[in-house]
Design a protein around this ligand. Structure first.
Ligand SMILES: O=C1C[C@@](O)(C(=O)O)C[C@@H](O)[C@@H]1O
Length: 178
C-alpha cells in the first residue's frame, strides 16, 4: 500500500516546485448545497465552502480554483487539466462516487501523473444506504475523508498544503512508521 502511494506520487518528486494552486471539483447536485436535504448535508452553501477553502489556502500563499458540474464528462475534462497546473485536487464526486468507472479511471490517470487527488464527502457515506458504501472513485484516490461536513473539504486542503513531501502529503502518510 505504501509503495503504491509513494509510486503514484513519485512522478512529481524532483519535477520542480509544484504549482501554488489547488483544484476543487464538486460533482452532481452539490450546486444545491444549503437547500438540498439539509438534515444530511447541512445548511452551508457551495459558495460558502469555496470561500472558506480560498481563505484558508490564501494564508499559505496558495490559490484555489473551484468547479461544479452535474456532468461526468465535464468533471473528467477538468481532472485531465490538473497535471502541471495544480499541486493537488479535492474531489467530491457526489453520486458518481458510487457509479462511475470513467471518473475513477480519470482519477487514476491523474494520480499516476503525480497529482494527489483526495476524495471528500460531506456525509458519512458508510453510515447511509448500502448503495453508498461502494466507492468506485475512492480506491484510485490518495485518500478519502467522509462524514465531517465542511471539515471534510478543509481537512483535505490541510493535507494538500501540509508539506512538500511525496505527492504533496506528509511523508509519514505514505509510509507510516511500523
Ligand atoms: O451527492 C452526494 C453527496 C456526497 O458525495 C456527500 O458529499 O456526502 C455523498 C453521495 O453519496 C451523494 O450522492
Amino acid at each position: 500500500m505504501a509503495s503504491a502511494a509513494s509510486g503514484a506520487s513519485g512522478a512529481s518528486a524532483g519535477a520542480g516546485p509544484r504549482p501554488p494552486r489547488i483544484l476543487v471539483l464538486h460533482g452532481p447536485n452539490l450546486n444545491l448545497l444549503g437547500r438540498r436535504e439539509p438534515e444530511v448535508y447541512g445548511t452551508t452553501s457551495l459558495a460558502a465552502i469555496d470561500a472558506a477553502l480560498r481563505r484558508r489556502a490564501a494564508t499559505s500563499g496558495v490559490e484555489v480554483d473551484t468547479f461544479q458540474s452535474n456532468h461526468e464528462g465535464a468533471l473528467i475534462d477538468r481532472l485531465h487539466e490538473a497535471p502541471g497546473r495544480y499541486r493537488g485536487v479535492i474531489l467530491n464526486p457526489g453520486g458518481y462516487a458510487h457509479t462511475s468507472v470513467a471518473l475513477r479511471d480519470a482519477v487514476a490517470a491523474v494520480v499516476g501523473l503525480g497529482v494527489p487527488v483526495i476524495e471528500v464527502h460531506l456525509s458519512n457515506v458508510h453510515a447511509r444506504e448500502p448503495f453508498r458504501h461502494r466507492l468506485l472513485t475512492a480506491g484510485a484516490c490518495r485518500g478519502v475523508i467522509s462524514g465531517l461536513g465542511v471539515w471534510s473539504y478543509l481537512l483535505a486542503l490541510e493535507a494538500l498544503l501540509a508539506a512538500d513531501g511525496p505527492g504533496g502529503l506528509p511523508a509519514e502518510a505514505a509510509a507510516p512508521a511500523s
